[in-house]
Design a protein around this ligand. Structure first.
Ligand code: GUN
Length: 293
């Protein structure tokens, strides 16, 4: 079994990006600038955004965090987005999800300038991705592709089973793994809450990408010997033995599944750090594209 070490790979990527930023500085160029909007006080969302800001500092990017109260109206958020769209200093920005219920997420995501949409959530960018056009690929799926590529995991002709059809992970992942090219060229099955007899499907999979958010969902008996296992789950589970009162659990019963897997991502330290590294990559791309215009 080989551990797909997202912590190490994401560090390599950050070092690569930091070297590029250092060269920009030598040339006297403006460095990439990422902004993040966060609405409300959700603990997990605040942690994710703080990690994104920290990662910017680490590679030499500029970053701006915009914190809005949980009572923010849709109109107020749309106005803030228009400000960031119009601000030439900002190369890319994200709106941390989920948003409070008074705000229509779809409407908000559609108001982001597609050239600054480093999350790749705008329909224009999502459509381009589905059509194999150059665009921003959502950071988590992009991170999974990068991990497969850097570990030289073969995907051509394999049966990839994706668990979960979220717009952020499962849906784009299912499209990307079926694309012509590498990583890709898989035969993809997208499973979800209405799927019947999921064990019958997962036990035939060469590659399983689980993005469900249910701790320990994927058990050893659901997995074929030698399968590649990608665990996207990061659920906070109450744990009194931990200083902060919780631990992070993936979707996969790691202890038992890892005995059958050929490759497997740990949680934490697998897909999570890759997501942040790829967001930085997308911000670099946004900055480069802006300079070419
Ligand atoms: N919430 C959970 N994952 C993500 C992500 O990749 N981007 C944003 N903006 N919000 C998220």
């Amino acid at each position: 079994m080989i551990l797909l070490d997202g912590k190490k790979v994401s560090n390599d990527i950050k070092n690569e990006i930091a070297a590029e930023v250092a060269e920009m500085k030598v040339r006297g160029e403006k460095v990439p600038h990422l902004a993040a909007i966060i609405v409300g006080n959700d603990g997990a969302s605040l942690t994710y955004v703080a990690s994104k800001v920290k990662a910017c500092e680490r590679v030499g990017f500029e970053s701006t965090m915009v914190r809005l109260p949980h009572t923010t109206s849709e109109l107020e958020l749309l106005q803030k987005i228009q400000e960031l769209n119009a601000n030439d200093d900002i190369d890319g920005f994200i709106i941390q999800l989920p948003l409070p219920s008074q705000i229509n997420t779809q409407k908000v995501l559609m108001s982001v300038d597609p050239s600054k949409d480093v999350d790749g959530f705008h329909p224009e960018n999502f459509g381009k991705m589905a059509l194999d056009m150059s665009t921003f690929i959502p950071a988590t799926p992009f991170g999974i592709l990068e991990l497969l590529e850097r570990y030289n995991v073969q995907t051509k002709g394999k049966h990839t089973v994706v668990i979960g059809r979220s717009h952020i992970v499962g849906r784009p992942m299912s499209i990307l793994m079926g694309r012509k090219g590498w990583p890709g060229n898989s035969t993809v099955t997208l499973t979800h809450s209405a799927t019947k007899n999921i064990t019958q499907i997962t036990s035939q999979a060469d590659i399983i990408i689980s993005a469900l958010g249910v701790p320990n969902f994927l058990k050893a008996e659901m997995v074929k010997e030698g399968a590649v296992i990608i665990d996207v789950g990061i659920t906070r589970v109450p744990d009194e033995t931990k200083p902060n009162g919780y631990r992070i659990s993936g979707d996969v019963d790691f202890e038992n599944v890892s005995k059958k897997a050929s490759y497997i991502t740990p949680v934490p330290g697998g897909v999570g750090p890759m997501t942040i590294a790829m967001l930085l990559k997308n911000t670099l791309l946004a900055r480069d594209q802006k300079r070419m215009m």
